[in-house]
Design a protein around this ligand. Structure first.
Ligand code: DGT
Ligand code: CA
Ligand code: CA
Ligand code: ZN
Length: 591
């Protein structure tokens, strides 16, 4: 989880913007270096200023991704509160870089042209210019790009006010911990879309049992994160948090807590179906309880409410009004994969390409998290901006992984544990579905994943044929982040999912449930559709730093929203079983 460390956050933001400024100047390697440093500093557990005060420049250089030049800039920031190079950039081009780059199709070079030619500084200026038709005449632009930029702006506006789950969950957890410490509080839960693990949330809904409601409201509204208090009452208070999201707190008596938890977890549609069942059984159901002729029949416990209505209790991830109530009535709910069931992470980037940490560091953190294995899957050569591996570099990496594994083995023997690093790659899929790494090298990998990182705008037919061709390669074990979407930034590629899922099952290719909170790809809905074809999945974090390995839970949540059971997810297998599976020819892996 990212820390809320102020200096680190500020430095990370500056370095990220510097990387964009440097990219505008078409500096060859520098932008990537600044981006990596930004990522490493953002996820640093200690305060960069403290590191500098204790250990000086040497201490800063120990941070992965931080070299001499960047260390000196951190020093400058700690001493003077500013970085002159950054301020020079900002003066030359006073634009809202992070706002503008968040629009699909707008990169550093575009921003430079937009500013130089039209003085566009932010998304609002950009929208105005695009609507006035001023972009199409710029060098290298044209009608199509103007339309694409407008679409990108509209696409982003569609998310207005909703927050990605990867940002919302850490905030909610912090508030839960805070509320739990208030004297008199005996229980705290978050309900709503967050409890259902929806990919974005509109607001946070906290439910509290406390003997002293006044104290809860006073402490809650005085939290440093609270930016504005909309309304404050005895049982309900509504605020706006500095992260830009609203939060409600309700203080409840224990005898109706279960009813409130059920009601405020939703979804609305699920509740509507539930209420219909209640009415058919002559009950009345609301957030205070389940009543029969004014008498409370159930309320303290969520399970009790479902049970009185003749239903099995179901995890919140399933409550989407899409058949779960019917399944609960006939005791046919799936036995969902659990949050502790994953044994290994099979998509991990390292500092061999665009990751922040070394192979050893990633292994160490994975081991600490209790995993049994990881696969190193750095990008391949046609993704040049990441420094992707060619065949020679991949073979070199395999030798190094063997060495690290034999070191690990002796450590395993001493500590009576097991941990193994598998050799993998995230092979780039070319426009026609062929790959940028030769089969004779792919065959040497333990796990070969393939992914689309370019040509996102092909037609559905072309895109589907492209993926089918990749899946037909007998060395490709899995398709990573199959739709390529980036939440609030890039739409999924167009695919004929029936054909894709059918081919996955026929060829024995696994599909990824990418756990990165900005991807969640496949998402729950697609997982459920794919499962009907018998598709098997892997849940991976796509970690680009050691801290990212914690993203696994977001992927598990999507799997659960897709009704997936443990047996549907291949990386719930212990290492030995997984390797046995991968030794089989692909077509035998679904049997
Ligand atoms: P969000 O905040 O937009 O991400 O989505 P939710 O699901 O958290 O919705 P929210 O915060 O408006 O309300 C929390 C839950 O309260 C919702 O999931 C179901 C319940 N609820 C709210 N309003 C109604 C309503 O008018 N009818 C019913 N049946 N349930 C409601
Ligand atoms: Ca909500
Ligand atoms: Ca709400
Ligand atoms: Zn990728």
């Amino acid at each position: 989880m990212a820390t809320s460390n102020g200096v680190n956050q500020e430095l990370a933001k500056i370095f990220l913007e510097m990387s964009e400024f440097l990219a505008m100047q078409e500096a060859a390697f520098k932008p990537r270096a600044y981006e990596k440093a930004a990522r490493a500093i953002e996820e640093l557990k200690e305060d960069a200023a403290e590191i500098y005060q204790k250990e000086g420049l040497k201490g800063l250089e120990k941070i992965s991704g931080v070299g001499k030049g960047i260390a000196r800039r951190i020093e400058e920031f700690v001493k003077t509160g500013r970085i002159r190079d950054y301020e020079r950039f900002k003066k030359e081009m006073p634009v809202d870089i992070s706002g503008l780059t968040s629009i699909q199709g707008v990169g550093p070079k575009t921003i430079k042209t937009l500013y130089k030619k039209l003085k566009i500084k932010n998304v609002k200026d950009l929208e105005k210019a695009a609507k006035a038709g001023k972009l199409k005449n710029l060098p290298g632009f044209g009608e199509k790009i103007e339309q694409k930029i407008l679409q990108g702006i509209e696409f982003q506006a569609g998310f207005h006010g909703r927050m990605n789950i990867g940002l919302a969950l850490p905030i909610a957890r912090k508030i839960i911990d805070f509320l739990k410490k208030i004297p008199g509080v005996s229980r705290v839960e978050v309900a709503g879309s967050l409890r259902r693990w929806q990919e974005s949330v509109g607001d946070l809904d906290f439910l509290v049992i406390s003997s002293k409601s006044e104290a809860v409201m006073t402490k809650f509204t005085a939290m440093p994160e609270v930016e504005h208090v909309y309304a404050r009452g005895q049982t309900k208070t509504m605020v706006r948090l500095s992260g830009g999201i609203d939060a409600d707190v309700r203080v409840l008596p224990p005898e109706s807590f279960g009813a409130a938890l059920q009601y405020f977890t939703g979804s609305k549609d699920h509740n509507v179906e539930l209420r219909k069942i209640a009415i058919s059984k002559k009950y009345k159901l609301n957030e205070y309880g389940l009543f029969k002729s004014r008498k409370l029949a159930a309320g303290r416990d969520e399970k009790e409410i479902y049970s009185k209505l003749g239903l099995d209790w179901m995890p919140p991830e399933l409550r989407t009004a899409s058949g779960e109530i019917e399944a609960a009535r006939f005791h046919r709910l799936p036995d969902l994969i659990g949050y502790g069931d994953i044994k290994g992470d099979l998509q991990i980037q390292t500092n061999w390409t665009d990751g922040a940490n070394s192979i050893e560091e990633m292994a160490q953190e994975a081991k600490r998290l209790g995993l049994e294995y990881i696969a190193i899957t750095d990008h391949t050569k046609s993704l040049a901006i990441t420094g992707g591996s060619d065949e020679k570099k991949l073979l070199r990496q395999m030798v190094i992984i063997d060495k690290i594994n034999s070191k690990l083995q002796s450590a395993n023997w001493r500590t009576n544990s097991k941990f193994k690093i598998l050799k993998g790659a995230e092979v780039n899929i070319l426009k026609d579905g062929s790959l940028d790494i030769k089969d004779e090298v792919l065959v040497k990998l333990d796990v070969a994943g393939a992914a689309i990182h370019s040509h996102f705008n092909l037609s559905e037919k072309e895109q589907t044929e492209r993926l089918i061709k990749t899946m037909s390669n007998r060395h490709i074990d899995i398709i990573f982040h199959p739709t390529g979407r980036l939440l609030q930034k890039r739409e999924p590629i167009k695919l004929d999912f029936d054909k894709v899922f059918k081919t996955a099952a026929e060829t024995g290719t696994m599909l990824e449930i990418n756990a990165h909170p900005w991807r969640l790809d496949l998402n729950g809905e697609l997982v459920r559709a794919a499962k009907k074809y018998g598709v098997r999945f892997m849940i991976n974090t796509d970690a680009h730093s050691a801290a990212d390995l914690a993203y696994m839970e977001y992927g598990i949540a999507q799997a659960r929203r897709g009704w997936a059971e443990k047996s549907d997810i291949v990386n719930t297998l212990p290492l030995k079983k997984l390797m046995e599976l991968f030794k089989k020819p692909k077509t035998g892996r679904y049997l």
